[in-house]
Write a protein that binds this ligand. Sequence first.
Ligand code: FAD
Length: 362
Amino acid sequence: MADFSEYKNVWVFCEQRQGELQTTDFELVSEATKLASELGCKVVGLLLGDNVKGLANEIAGYGADEVVVCESPLLKDYTTDAYAKVLCDMVNEFKPEVLLIGATNIGRDLAPRIAARLHTGLTADATHLDIDTKGYVEYLRESSTIDVDNTTFDWEDRNLKMTRPAFGGHLMATIICPRFRPQISTVRPGVMKKAAFDSAKAQAVKVIEPAFELSADDIKTEVLSIEKAANKLVDLIGADIIVSVGRGIGKDVEKGIALAQELADVLGGGVVGASRAVTDAGWLDAAHQVGQTGKTVHPKIYVALGISGAIQHTAGMQDSECIIAINKNETAPIFGVADYGIVGDLFKVVPQLIEEIKKAKV
Ligand code: FAD
């Protein structure tokens, strides 16, 4: 068991790609400030790359007090070997209490490797984070048969509670890591809210550049080139308006998608999302999928066309500000999370809706 007194501060691994920070970094730094204020400690961003120091201000603007920067030409492009080595060295040197990593493709590759090397726990794909202020011991008192007053516990009351969907999304599991440090969690992109950018804080950032060792011999792979996907990926996470389609468009898929796009356009530059039934059928590619195994979104307006509202779908959209559902089955579960529901055939309702919105605009 680690000596907990040595571990302090909430760290965020800030992922950059070709010198650009990811939106998830800002979400995690914003979330980290809430955790740090409960723990009474600092938020520290960790930035690995080549010539990336200039990004530290941006990280600080969302709440980081300090940014640890490790620069090397060997860190220019992500490789598992180089990033895992430097990240583990930094953790061993600075000993953060909590380490948050975005559950991006890179984060999902990196986090389990470093957790294993550091011999600590990892919760993957968390959707909610909290500090155990109530106390795990109190929780055990209420929810178990353990005689807590006559049991000696060897952990402190500062555990990070990491919540994620389990058993196919049917229940939410809250996980703690009471015996090891740091407590590591990957966090789903799009779930945590980004704070407002604070330019005063951005200017006040303290940049730390520790010495570290990394040589070409540490890296077993070589990045020859980076090819961007030819398709323009849909930006569901940043969208204010999303019109999603489900299996209900099945009788005329092309028309259903075109109607969804038109509705998204008249509502004001929205994008088209989809249920998994649609992406599994290959009607739209996986980048459009909303839900537990797709994207988590919270737009201002979410329209669900011909989507039944399975828990794995609603897990990814139920925090939208306004949900409008159109479904021909009045008992469809989607109406349970909708603010407005229209029972009817989407192929009849959507064209009428588009006409009415156009009229209201003139
Ligand atoms: P259906 O459930 O078949 O619903 C179609 C709906 O369309 C029905 O309600 C029907 O009444 C309505 N309809 C039909 N015709 C019309 C019409 N003309 N006009 C209006 N309404 C009409 N699903 C996700 O979406 N996202 C995920 O990330 C996801 N992850 C999953 C992870 C796991 C581990 C598992 C087991 C499942 C996951 N699923 C996910 C699948 C999920 O359980 C559902 O199967 C899926 O969401 C159903 O998609 P749907 O609502 O489009 O289709």
